[in-house]
Design a binder for this molecule. Structure first.
Ligand SMILES: Cc1cc2nc3c(=O)[nH]c(=O)nc-3n(C[C@H](O)[C@H](O)[C@H](O)COP(=O)(O)OP(=O)(O)OC[C@H]3O[C@@H](n4cnc5c(N)ncnc54)[C@H](O)[C@@H]3O)c2cc1C
Length: 461
Protein backbone atom coordinates (compact mmCIF):
# COMPACT_ATOMS: atom_id res chain seq x y z
CA UNK A 1 0.00 0.00 0.00
CA UNK A 2 1.25 3.52 -0.79
CA UNK A 3 1.38 5.57 2.36
CA UNK A 4 1.01 9.30 2.75
CA UNK A 5 4.25 10.85 4.04
CA UNK A 6 2.71 11.74 7.38
CA UNK A 7 0.89 8.78 8.74
CA UNK A 8 0.50 7.73 12.37
CA UNK A 9 -0.16 4.07 13.09
CA UNK A 10 -1.60 2.90 16.39
CA UNK A 11 -1.08 -0.81 17.04
CA UNK A 12 -3.69 -2.17 19.45
CA UNK A 13 -7.01 -0.57 20.34
CA UNK A 14 -7.08 -1.24 24.09
CA UNK A 15 -7.03 1.45 26.76
CA UNK A 16 -3.80 3.03 25.48
CA UNK A 17 -4.50 2.78 21.74
CA UNK A 18 -8.17 3.70 21.73
CA UNK A 19 -7.72 6.65 24.08
CA UNK A 20 -4.78 7.86 21.97
CA UNK A 21 -7.00 7.70 18.87
CA UNK A 22 -10.04 9.36 20.51
CA UNK A 23 -7.90 12.17 21.89
CA UNK A 24 -6.15 12.73 18.56
CA UNK A 25 -9.54 13.01 16.87
CA UNK A 26 -10.85 15.31 19.57
CA UNK A 27 -7.77 17.54 19.32
CA UNK A 28 -7.97 17.73 15.48
CA UNK A 29 -4.57 16.12 14.98
CA UNK A 30 -3.36 17.28 11.59
CA UNK A 31 -2.11 13.91 10.32
CA UNK A 32 -3.70 10.73 9.08
CA UNK A 33 -4.31 8.14 11.83
CA UNK A 34 -4.80 4.39 11.38
CA UNK A 35 -5.78 2.21 14.36
CA UNK A 36 -5.08 -1.51 13.88
CA UNK A 37 -6.55 -4.21 16.11
CA UNK A 38 -7.00 -7.94 15.61
CA UNK A 39 -10.53 -7.71 17.03
CA UNK A 40 -13.46 -5.66 15.79
CA UNK A 41 -14.33 -4.53 19.32
CA UNK A 42 -12.71 -2.60 22.13
CA UNK A 43 -12.66 -4.69 25.32
CA UNK A 44 -13.29 -2.90 28.63
CA UNK A 45 -11.50 -5.60 30.63
CA UNK A 46 -12.37 -4.41 34.15
CA UNK A 47 -16.04 -4.97 33.27
CA UNK A 48 -15.67 -8.46 31.77
CA UNK A 49 -17.08 -9.93 35.00
CA UNK A 50 -20.24 -7.85 34.57
CA UNK A 51 -20.44 -9.12 30.99
CA UNK A 52 -20.14 -12.72 32.22
CA UNK A 53 -22.85 -12.25 34.83
CA UNK A 54 -25.20 -10.43 32.45
CA UNK A 55 -25.05 -7.28 34.62
CA UNK A 56 -23.86 -5.38 31.52
CA UNK A 57 -24.22 -6.09 27.81
CA UNK A 58 -21.89 -6.31 24.84
CA UNK A 59 -22.56 -2.76 23.66
CA UNK A 60 -21.28 -1.45 26.98
CA UNK A 61 -18.37 -3.79 27.70
CA UNK A 62 -17.17 -4.60 24.18
CA UNK A 63 -18.39 -1.82 21.85
CA UNK A 64 -17.40 -1.97 18.17
CA UNK A 65 -14.45 0.17 17.06
CA UNK A 66 -16.46 1.13 13.99
CA UNK A 67 -19.08 2.75 16.21
CA UNK A 68 -16.60 4.36 18.62
CA UNK A 69 -14.57 5.88 15.80
CA UNK A 70 -17.48 6.93 13.58
CA UNK A 71 -16.96 10.49 12.25
CA UNK A 72 -13.56 10.67 13.98
CA UNK A 73 -11.43 10.62 10.84
CA UNK A 74 -9.46 7.72 12.38
CA UNK A 75 -9.25 4.77 9.99
CA UNK A 76 -9.86 1.44 11.69
CA UNK A 77 -8.26 -1.69 10.25
CA UNK A 78 -9.20 -5.07 11.69
CA UNK A 79 -6.14 -7.25 11.18
CA UNK A 80 -3.44 -8.82 13.32
CA UNK A 81 0.03 -7.29 13.38
CA UNK A 82 2.58 -9.85 12.25
CA UNK A 83 5.85 -7.94 12.50
CA UNK A 84 7.16 -4.49 13.34
CA UNK A 85 10.27 -3.19 11.54
CA UNK A 86 11.42 -0.19 13.57
CA UNK A 87 14.43 0.54 11.34
CA UNK A 88 12.33 0.46 8.14
CA UNK A 89 9.37 2.22 9.83
CA UNK A 90 7.06 -0.49 8.55
CA UNK A 91 4.38 -2.76 10.04
CA UNK A 92 3.31 -5.99 8.37
CA UNK A 93 -0.16 -7.45 8.97
CA UNK A 94 -1.23 -11.11 8.68
CA UNK A 95 -3.35 -10.25 5.62
CA UNK A 96 -0.07 -9.43 3.85
CA UNK A 97 -0.60 -5.65 3.87
CA UNK A 98 2.35 -3.50 4.91
CA UNK A 99 1.95 0.00 6.31
CA UNK A 100 4.71 2.59 6.57
CA UNK A 101 4.55 5.25 9.21
CA UNK A 102 6.02 8.55 10.26
CA UNK A 103 4.91 7.96 13.86
CA UNK A 104 4.01 4.70 15.57
CA UNK A 105 2.16 3.98 18.82
CA UNK A 106 2.79 0.59 20.43
CA UNK A 107 -0.29 -0.30 22.47
CA UNK A 108 -0.48 -4.09 22.19
CA UNK A 109 -1.01 -4.83 25.88
CA UNK A 110 0.27 -8.10 27.34
CA UNK A 111 -0.51 -11.82 26.97
CA UNK A 112 -1.42 -14.56 29.45
CA UNK A 113 1.60 -16.31 31.00
CA UNK A 114 1.28 -20.00 31.90
CA UNK A 115 4.69 -20.43 33.63
CA UNK A 116 5.20 -23.75 31.78
CA UNK A 117 2.56 -25.36 34.01
CA UNK A 118 1.68 -28.63 32.29
CA UNK A 119 -1.75 -28.54 30.62
CA UNK A 120 -2.52 -24.96 31.72
CA UNK A 121 -2.72 -23.49 28.22
CA UNK A 122 -4.84 -26.39 26.96
CA UNK A 123 -7.17 -26.97 29.89
CA UNK A 124 -7.54 -23.76 31.89
CA UNK A 125 -9.82 -20.90 30.89
CA UNK A 126 -8.35 -17.36 30.79
CA UNK A 127 -10.43 -14.17 30.95
CA UNK A 128 -9.00 -11.40 28.80
CA UNK A 129 -11.29 -11.05 25.81
CA UNK A 130 -14.93 -11.24 24.80
CA UNK A 131 -14.26 -14.72 23.33
CA UNK A 132 -12.84 -15.82 26.71
CA UNK A 133 -15.97 -14.54 28.49
CA UNK A 134 -18.23 -16.40 26.05
CA UNK A 135 -16.19 -19.62 26.41
CA UNK A 136 -16.29 -19.34 30.22
CA UNK A 137 -20.03 -18.74 30.22
CA UNK A 138 -20.58 -21.81 28.01
CA UNK A 139 -18.35 -24.01 30.12
CA UNK A 140 -19.99 -23.03 33.40
CA UNK A 141 -23.53 -23.44 32.05
CA UNK A 142 -22.63 -26.80 30.56
CA UNK A 143 -21.23 -28.03 33.91
CA UNK A 144 -24.33 -26.88 35.82
CA UNK A 145 -26.65 -28.45 33.25
CA UNK A 146 -24.82 -31.79 33.31
CA UNK A 147 -24.75 -31.79 37.11
CA UNK A 148 -28.55 -31.71 37.25
CA UNK A 149 -28.62 -35.01 35.35
CA UNK A 150 -26.00 -36.90 37.39
CA UNK A 151 -26.94 -39.17 40.27
CA UNK A 152 -23.41 -39.98 41.43
CA UNK A 153 -22.60 -37.46 44.19
CA UNK A 154 -18.84 -37.44 43.57
CA UNK A 155 -19.23 -36.85 39.83
CA UNK A 156 -21.77 -34.13 40.49
CA UNK A 157 -19.49 -32.49 43.04
CA UNK A 158 -16.70 -32.36 40.45
CA UNK A 159 -18.99 -30.72 37.90
CA UNK A 160 -20.02 -28.17 40.50
CA UNK A 161 -16.48 -27.27 41.59
CA UNK A 162 -14.79 -24.27 40.01
CA UNK A 163 -11.09 -23.71 40.70
CA UNK A 164 -9.74 -20.18 40.28
CA UNK A 165 -5.95 -20.18 39.98
CA UNK A 166 -4.28 -17.05 41.35
CA UNK A 167 -5.50 -14.70 44.08
CA UNK A 168 -4.42 -11.40 42.54
CA UNK A 169 -7.11 -8.83 41.78
CA UNK A 170 -8.51 -10.80 38.82
CA UNK A 171 -8.71 -14.07 40.78
CA UNK A 172 -10.35 -12.40 43.77
CA UNK A 173 -12.91 -10.60 41.57
CA UNK A 174 -13.62 -13.77 39.61
CA UNK A 175 -14.05 -15.98 42.71
CA UNK A 176 -16.33 -13.45 44.45
CA UNK A 177 -18.48 -13.01 41.36
CA UNK A 178 -18.87 -16.74 40.67
CA UNK A 179 -19.61 -17.55 44.33
CA UNK A 180 -22.68 -15.30 44.01
CA UNK A 181 -23.62 -16.14 40.43
CA UNK A 182 -23.33 -19.93 40.20
CA UNK A 183 -25.62 -20.83 43.14
CA UNK A 184 -28.24 -18.59 41.53
CA UNK A 185 -27.85 -20.33 38.14
CA UNK A 186 -27.87 -23.81 39.62
CA UNK A 187 -30.92 -23.12 41.75
CA UNK A 188 -32.76 -21.89 38.63
CA UNK A 189 -32.04 -25.33 37.10
CA UNK A 190 -33.56 -27.02 40.11
CA UNK A 191 -30.24 -27.93 41.79
CA UNK A 192 -29.11 -27.55 45.38
CA UNK A 193 -27.05 -24.35 45.35
CA UNK A 194 -25.08 -25.39 48.44
CA UNK A 195 -23.35 -28.11 46.39
CA UNK A 196 -21.46 -25.44 44.42
CA UNK A 197 -17.80 -24.95 45.38
CA UNK A 198 -15.62 -22.02 44.33
CA UNK A 199 -12.01 -22.67 45.34
CA UNK A 200 -9.31 -19.99 45.12
CA UNK A 201 -5.88 -21.57 44.83
CA UNK A 202 -2.91 -19.36 45.44
CA UNK A 203 0.86 -19.68 45.52
CA UNK A 204 1.41 -17.27 48.41
CA UNK A 205 -0.12 -17.47 51.87
CA UNK A 206 -2.52 -14.56 51.43
CA UNK A 207 -4.64 -12.95 48.72
CA UNK A 208 -3.62 -9.79 46.79
CA UNK A 209 0.04 -10.14 47.76
CA UNK A 210 2.18 -7.59 45.92
CA UNK A 211 -0.92 -6.19 44.22
CA UNK A 212 -1.94 -2.54 44.00
CA UNK A 213 -5.08 -3.67 45.90
CA UNK A 214 -3.20 -5.18 48.86
CA UNK A 215 -4.71 -2.53 51.19
CA UNK A 216 -8.03 -4.22 50.57
CA UNK A 217 -6.79 -7.69 51.53
CA UNK A 218 -8.66 -8.06 54.82
CA UNK A 219 -11.96 -6.63 53.57
CA UNK A 220 -11.72 -8.74 50.41
CA UNK A 221 -11.04 -11.93 52.34
CA UNK A 222 -13.99 -11.33 54.66
CA UNK A 223 -16.28 -10.50 51.74
CA UNK A 224 -15.30 -13.63 49.81
CA UNK A 225 -16.39 -15.71 52.79
CA UNK A 226 -19.79 -13.98 52.81
CA UNK A 227 -20.86 -14.82 49.25
CA UNK A 228 -23.91 -17.00 48.43
CA UNK A 229 -21.49 -19.91 48.84
CA UNK A 230 -18.33 -18.99 50.79
CA UNK A 231 -15.18 -18.97 48.65
CA UNK A 232 -12.75 -21.68 49.84
CA UNK A 233 -9.03 -20.93 49.97
CA UNK A 234 -6.06 -23.16 49.28
CA UNK A 235 -3.01 -21.03 50.09
CA UNK A 236 0.71 -21.77 49.78
CA UNK A 237 -0.14 -24.05 46.86
CA UNK A 238 1.75 -24.11 43.57
CA UNK A 239 -0.27 -25.39 40.62
CA UNK A 240 1.90 -28.01 38.91
CA UNK A 241 -0.49 -29.45 36.30
CA UNK A 242 -3.93 -28.67 34.94
CA UNK A 243 -6.04 -31.57 33.63
CA UNK A 244 -9.46 -31.27 31.98
CA UNK A 245 -11.12 -32.16 35.29
CA UNK A 246 -8.53 -31.56 38.03
CA UNK A 247 -5.80 -29.27 39.32
CA UNK A 248 -2.63 -30.82 40.64
CA UNK A 249 -0.71 -28.69 43.12
CA UNK A 250 2.19 -28.88 45.52
CA UNK A 251 1.83 -27.74 49.10
CA UNK A 252 4.32 -28.34 51.92
CA UNK A 253 6.26 -30.71 49.63
CA UNK A 254 3.18 -32.85 49.10
CA UNK A 255 1.40 -33.25 45.76
CA UNK A 256 -2.37 -32.99 46.02
CA UNK A 257 -5.25 -32.97 43.53
CA UNK A 258 -8.42 -30.90 43.45
CA UNK A 259 -11.13 -32.38 41.19
CA UNK A 260 -12.81 -29.50 39.31
CA UNK A 261 -14.55 -29.31 35.96
CA UNK A 262 -14.00 -25.60 35.35
CA UNK A 263 -10.50 -24.25 36.00
CA UNK A 264 -9.95 -20.54 35.51
CA UNK A 265 -6.45 -19.15 35.01
CA UNK A 266 -6.11 -15.59 36.32
CA UNK A 267 -2.43 -15.60 37.21
CA UNK A 268 0.52 -14.78 34.99
CA UNK A 269 1.16 -12.05 32.47
CA UNK A 270 3.80 -12.09 29.75
CA UNK A 271 5.25 -9.42 27.54
CA UNK A 272 3.59 -9.43 24.10
CA UNK A 273 5.71 -11.54 21.66
CA UNK A 274 5.83 -8.70 19.09
CA UNK A 275 7.25 -6.41 21.78
CA UNK A 276 9.82 -9.05 22.77
CA UNK A 277 10.90 -9.25 19.11
CA UNK A 278 11.66 -5.52 18.76
CA UNK A 279 15.31 -4.64 18.08
CA UNK A 280 15.78 -3.17 21.57
CA UNK A 281 18.67 -4.20 23.80
CA UNK A 282 18.16 -5.88 27.19
CA UNK A 283 19.49 -2.85 29.06
CA UNK A 284 16.74 -0.77 27.51
CA UNK A 285 14.08 -3.16 28.85
CA UNK A 286 12.71 -3.92 32.33
CA UNK A 287 12.92 -7.38 33.93
CA UNK A 288 9.71 -8.44 32.15
CA UNK A 289 11.28 -7.55 28.80
CA UNK A 290 9.13 -4.46 28.27
CA UNK A 291 10.95 -1.60 26.54
CA UNK A 292 11.74 1.50 28.56
CA UNK A 293 10.15 4.72 27.37
CA UNK A 294 11.05 8.29 28.23
CA UNK A 295 8.74 10.32 30.48
CA UNK A 296 7.22 11.63 27.23
CA UNK A 297 6.38 7.98 26.32
CA UNK A 298 8.92 7.62 23.45
CA UNK A 299 11.20 4.61 22.87
CA UNK A 300 14.77 5.48 23.88
CA UNK A 301 16.37 4.86 20.47
CA UNK A 302 13.32 5.56 18.28
CA UNK A 303 11.83 8.94 19.28
CA UNK A 304 9.20 8.71 16.51
CA UNK A 305 7.75 5.65 18.30
CA UNK A 306 5.53 6.01 21.38
CA UNK A 307 4.55 3.13 23.67
CA UNK A 308 2.27 2.89 26.69
CA UNK A 309 0.07 0.73 28.88
CA UNK A 310 0.94 -2.88 29.66
CA UNK A 311 3.54 -3.13 26.88
CA UNK A 312 5.97 -0.42 28.05
CA UNK A 313 7.80 0.67 31.21
CA UNK A 314 9.15 3.99 32.40
CA UNK A 315 12.63 3.63 33.87
CA UNK A 316 12.78 4.21 37.65
CA UNK A 317 9.03 4.82 37.77
CA UNK A 318 7.29 1.51 38.05
CA UNK A 319 3.54 1.81 37.43
CA UNK A 320 1.02 -1.01 37.86
CA UNK A 321 -0.31 -2.63 34.67
CA UNK A 322 -3.80 -1.19 34.96
CA UNK A 323 -6.44 0.44 32.81
CA UNK A 324 -6.16 3.71 34.73
CA UNK A 325 -2.45 3.96 33.86
CA UNK A 326 -3.00 2.87 30.24
CA UNK A 327 -5.71 5.35 29.33
CA UNK A 328 -3.89 8.27 30.95
CA UNK A 329 -0.76 7.35 29.00
CA UNK A 330 -2.91 7.18 25.86
CA UNK A 331 -4.06 10.74 26.54
CA UNK A 332 -0.44 11.86 27.04
CA UNK A 333 0.73 10.13 23.86
CA UNK A 334 -1.98 11.92 21.85
CA UNK A 335 -0.94 15.25 23.35
CA UNK A 336 2.71 14.63 22.47
CA UNK A 337 1.97 13.37 18.95
CA UNK A 338 0.13 16.61 18.26
CA UNK A 339 2.91 18.69 19.85
CA UNK A 340 5.45 16.87 17.66
CA UNK A 341 3.38 17.47 14.52
CA UNK A 342 3.13 21.20 15.35
CA UNK A 343 6.83 21.50 16.30
CA UNK A 344 6.00 22.21 19.95
CA UNK A 345 7.67 20.94 23.07
CA UNK A 346 6.60 17.51 24.35
CA UNK A 347 5.38 17.14 27.94
CA UNK A 348 6.08 14.34 30.45
CA UNK A 349 3.05 12.08 30.90
CA UNK A 350 1.27 12.67 34.19
CA UNK A 351 -0.29 9.56 35.63
CA UNK A 352 -2.36 9.89 38.77
CA UNK A 353 -3.14 6.71 40.64
CA UNK A 354 -6.56 7.32 42.01
CA UNK A 355 -7.12 4.40 44.31
CA UNK A 356 -8.57 1.09 43.31
CA UNK A 357 -11.93 -0.55 42.82
CA UNK A 358 -12.47 -4.24 43.42
CA UNK A 359 -15.57 -6.29 42.60
CA UNK A 360 -16.29 -8.72 45.40
CA UNK A 361 -19.51 -10.35 44.28
CA UNK A 362 -22.71 -9.31 42.59
CA UNK A 363 -23.71 -5.79 43.71
CA UNK A 364 -20.77 -5.79 46.10
CA UNK A 365 -17.44 -3.99 45.64
CA UNK A 366 -14.87 -2.10 47.61
CA UNK A 367 -13.46 1.28 46.61
CA UNK A 368 -10.05 2.17 48.01
CA UNK A 369 -9.51 5.90 47.78
CA UNK A 370 -5.85 6.82 48.09
CA UNK A 371 -5.33 4.08 50.64
CA UNK A 372 -7.13 6.36 53.10
CA UNK A 373 -10.81 5.63 52.62
CA UNK A 374 -12.31 2.25 51.98
CA UNK A 375 -15.95 2.04 51.03
CA UNK A 376 -17.44 -1.39 50.77
CA UNK A 377 -20.71 -3.16 50.06
CA UNK A 378 -23.39 -1.82 47.76
CA UNK A 379 -22.12 1.77 47.96
CA UNK A 380 -18.65 0.54 46.98
CA UNK A 381 -20.32 -1.29 44.12
CA UNK A 382 -22.17 1.85 42.99
CA UNK A 383 -18.93 3.84 43.06
CA UNK A 384 -17.17 1.18 40.98
CA UNK A 385 -20.03 0.94 38.51
CA UNK A 386 -20.43 4.72 38.29
CA UNK A 387 -16.70 5.22 37.82
CA UNK A 388 -16.44 2.73 34.99
CA UNK A 389 -19.61 3.98 33.31
CA UNK A 390 -18.05 7.42 33.28
CA UNK A 391 -14.88 6.04 31.75
CA UNK A 392 -16.59 3.96 29.08
CA UNK A 393 -15.41 5.31 25.76
CA UNK A 394 -18.06 7.08 23.74
CA UNK A 395 -18.20 7.62 19.99
CA UNK A 396 -16.14 10.60 19.02
CA UNK A 397 -19.12 12.70 17.95
CA UNK A 398 -20.35 12.31 21.51
CA UNK A 399 -16.91 12.75 23.05
CA UNK A 400 -16.72 13.76 26.67
CA UNK A 401 -13.18 14.51 27.75
CA UNK A 402 -12.79 11.17 29.41
CA UNK A 403 -9.36 12.09 30.69
CA UNK A 404 -11.25 14.31 33.13
CA UNK A 405 -12.29 11.07 34.66
CA UNK A 406 -14.81 11.53 37.39
CA UNK A 407 -12.14 10.54 39.82
CA UNK A 408 -10.14 13.69 39.16
CA UNK A 409 -12.60 15.19 41.58
CA UNK A 410 -12.25 12.56 44.22
CA UNK A 411 -8.82 11.16 43.75
CA UNK A 412 -6.64 13.86 42.31
CA UNK A 413 -7.58 17.25 43.63
CA UNK A 414 -7.66 16.15 47.22
CA UNK A 415 -4.57 14.01 47.08
CA UNK A 416 -2.18 16.74 48.18
CA UNK A 417 -4.47 18.39 50.67
CA UNK A 418 -2.87 18.54 54.08
CA UNK A 419 -6.13 18.96 55.97
CA UNK A 420 -7.40 15.48 56.66
CA UNK A 421 -10.82 16.61 57.89
CA UNK A 422 -11.31 19.00 55.01
CA UNK A 423 -10.31 16.20 52.65
CA UNK A 424 -12.70 13.76 54.26
CA UNK A 425 -15.57 16.22 54.00
CA UNK A 426 -14.80 17.00 50.38
CA UNK A 427 -14.39 13.36 49.46
CA UNK A 428 -17.60 12.45 51.23
CA UNK A 429 -19.39 15.22 49.36
CA UNK A 430 -18.10 14.12 46.00
CA UNK A 431 -18.82 10.48 46.73
CA UNK A 432 -22.37 11.52 47.55
CA UNK A 433 -22.56 12.98 44.04
CA UNK A 434 -21.01 9.89 42.56
CA UNK A 435 -23.43 7.64 44.36
CA UNK A 436 -26.43 9.61 43.12
CA UNK A 437 -25.02 9.36 39.59
CA UNK A 438 -24.30 5.72 40.10
CA UNK A 439 -27.83 5.02 41.35
CA UNK A 440 -29.17 6.51 38.12
CA UNK A 441 -26.63 4.44 36.23
CA UNK A 442 -27.75 1.38 38.12
CA UNK A 443 -31.35 1.95 37.16
CA UNK A 444 -30.24 2.09 33.54
CA UNK A 445 -28.20 -1.04 34.05
CA UNK A 446 -31.15 -2.83 35.58
CA UNK A 447 -33.16 -2.01 32.49
CA UNK A 448 -30.41 -3.57 30.41
CA UNK A 449 -30.20 -6.58 32.74
CA UNK A 450 -33.96 -7.12 32.62
CA UNK A 451 -33.77 -7.20 28.85
CA UNK A 452 -30.98 -9.70 29.10
CA UNK A 453 -32.78 -12.18 31.31
CA UNK A 454 -34.43 -13.69 28.27
CA UNK A 455 -31.00 -14.21 26.69
CA UNK A 456 -29.86 -17.72 27.60
CA UNK A 457 -26.14 -17.36 26.82
CA UNK A 458 -23.57 -14.72 26.04
CA UNK A 459 -23.48 -13.95 22.34
CA UNK A 460 -21.27 -11.82 20.23
CA UNK A 461 -23.58 -8.80 20.33
C1 LIG B 1 -10.12 -9.61 33.66
C2 LIG B 1 -9.34 -8.33 33.84
C3 LIG B 1 -9.78 -7.40 34.77
C4 LIG B 1 -9.08 -6.20 34.95
N1 LIG B 1 -9.54 -5.30 35.86
C5 LIG B 1 -8.92 -4.11 35.99
C6 LIG B 1 -9.42 -3.13 36.89
O1 LIG B 1 -10.41 -3.36 37.60
N2 LIG B 1 -8.80 -1.92 36.95
C7 LIG B 1 -7.71 -1.64 36.18
O2 LIG B 1 -7.20 -0.51 36.25
N3 LIG B 1 -7.18 -2.56 35.33
C8 LIG B 1 -7.76 -3.79 35.22
N4 LIG B 1 -7.25 -4.73 34.38
C9 LIG B 1 -6.00 -4.44 33.64
C10 LIG B 1 -6.28 -3.57 32.42
O3 LIG B 1 -7.36 -4.07 31.69
C11 LIG B 1 -5.03 -3.50 31.56
O4 LIG B 1 -3.98 -3.00 32.35
C12 LIG B 1 -5.28 -2.57 30.37
O5 LIG B 1 -6.26 -3.14 29.52
C13 LIG B 1 -3.98 -2.34 29.60
O6 LIG B 1 -4.27 -1.53 28.48
P1 LIG B 1 -3.39 -1.66 27.17
O7 LIG B 1 -3.87 -0.63 26.23
O8 LIG B 1 -1.96 -1.68 27.51
O9 LIG B 1 -3.71 -3.12 26.63
P2 LIG B 1 -5.10 -3.79 26.26
O10 LIG B 1 -6.23 -3.04 26.83
O11 LIG B 1 -4.93 -5.22 26.60
O12 LIG B 1 -5.17 -3.64 24.67
C14 LIG B 1 -4.30 -4.30 23.79
C15 LIG B 1 -4.98 -4.35 22.43
O13 LIG B 1 -4.04 -4.87 21.48
C16 LIG B 1 -4.72 -5.76 20.61
N5 LIG B 1 -3.73 -6.69 20.05
C17 LIG B 1 -2.96 -7.58 20.71
N6 LIG B 1 -2.18 -8.25 19.87
C18 LIG B 1 -2.45 -7.79 18.63
C19 LIG B 1 -1.95 -8.07 17.32
N7 LIG B 1 -1.00 -8.99 17.09
N8 LIG B 1 -2.47 -7.38 16.28
C20 LIG B 1 -3.43 -6.43 16.47
N9 LIG B 1 -3.93 -6.13 17.68
C21 LIG B 1 -3.45 -6.79 18.74
C22 LIG B 1 -5.76 -6.43 21.49
O14 LIG B 1 -6.83 -6.97 20.72
C23 LIG B 1 -6.19 -5.28 22.40
O15 LIG B 1 -7.31 -4.59 21.88
C24 LIG B 1 -7.91 -5.94 34.18
C25 LIG B 1 -7.47 -6.89 33.26
C26 LIG B 1 -8.17 -8.08 33.08
C27 LIG B 1 -7.67 -9.09 32.07
Amino acid sequence: MNSPVYQTLILGGGFTGLFTALNLAHEHYPRSVILIDKDDRFCFKPLLYEYCTGEMDAEQVVPRFEKLLKDSGVIFVQDAVQSIELHQRAVKLTSGTTYNYSNLVLALGSVTGYFHVEGARENALPLRTQEDAIALDRKLRDCMQRATQIEDAEQRRKLLTVAVIGAGASGVEMAGTLADLLPHWYEALGGNSQEIRVVLLNHSKEILEGDINHYLREIAEQELKKRAVPVEFIFGAEATAIYPDAVEYKRDDKTETLPASAIIWTTGTNTHPLIKDLPISQENRDHHGRPFVTTTMQLLDFPEVFAGGDCAAIKDNSLPPTAQVAYQQGNAIAHNLKAMALGQQLKPAEVNLRGTLLKLGIDNSVANIFDRFQIEGEIGHLIRQGTYLELLPTPVHDFKVTSDWLKDEIFHRHMHSGEAIETAVKVAGVIGGVVVGAIIAKKLLNMVTDDQKSQPQLQRG
